[in-house]
Write a protein of this length. Structure first.
Length: 221
């Protein structure tokens, strides 16, 4: 293959379109979600040495022993969060590279995202600014506390797996809102669960079996 001076090559529009076709074949139906994934340059969010694999449907390292989920899981979680009612504000727990936040930024009015590793939060902020994505607010802290000053949220997304969804997060969910999270199961398997805040209760449904990094307590300095 000729050297591509513009850095297109495997991160080209063709590679992105191929990924979108795969996601559609895997069952992602929401055209807005597919379009958001087509637009966000995932190769800028992953470790540079693996940027050429950014449009494959695989999880990739983002530094600090963390990973960004495979695009199918990002799409699936985003779709599960959005279906069933208008979503204007979303809280994400686990900013990581900022990729999921960037995808959400294309779909909702305002994204708030909390990350416990300061350096990840900082580089996510730099990248989002560079991409001129200006409806995402980031906070360095323990996501188990949510972001009380900005609550309630129409949607809450956890991208690290707790043993149980912290109660504090459910209290920050607006009526009608949905929380999507990977939760550690009894047999070491994680389940993707969705809680819907209805008039009577929090209704819980199971979506998929998944594999996320664990949610840790407290913020790192
Ligand atoms: N959404 C990210 C994926 C991040 S991986 C992306 O698109 O790149 C999960 C992230 O959750 C890691 O960065 C990890 O540091 C963070 N995390 C784990 N426990 C946390 C907690 N209690 N509060 C905030 N972030 C947490």
């Amino acid at each position: 293959m000729a050297i591509d001076m513009l850095g297109a090559g495997l991160t080209s529009q063709r590679a992105r379109d191929r990924l979108i076709r795969q996601l559609a074949e895997l069952g992602i139906r929401d055209p807005a979600v597919l379009d958001a994934i087509r637009q966000v340059p995932r190769h800028l969010f992953v470790e540079e040495a693996l940027a050429h694999r950014a449009y494959e449907n695989i999880a990739l390292p983002i530094g600090y022993r963390q990973t960004v989920s495979q695009p199918f899981i990002v799409a699936r979680m985003t779709e599960a969060l959005l279906e069933g009612g208008a979503v204007s504000t979303v809280l994400e727990v686990g900013t990581g590279s900022g990729y999921q936040a960037a995808v959400l930024a294309h779909l909702v009015d305002r994204v708030f995202s909390v990350e416990r590793i300061r350096a990840l939060s900082r580089s996510a902020r730099e990248l989002l600014t560079r991409l001129r994505i200006n409806n995402v607010s980031l906070l360095h802290g323990d996501g188990a506390q949510g972001w009380p000053a900005r609550a309630p949220f129409d949607g809450i997304l956890l991208t690290a797996a707790p043993r149980e969804v912290p109660h504090e997060l459910l209290t920050q969910l607006a009526p009608g809102g949905r929380l999507v999270a990977p939760v550690e199961g009894v047999d070491g398997q994680q389940q993707l669960v969705r809680y819907t805040h209805t008039a009577e209760a929090f209704v819980r449904d199971l979506l998929d079996t998944v594999c996320f990094v664990p949610m840790l307590s407290g913020a790192e300095q």
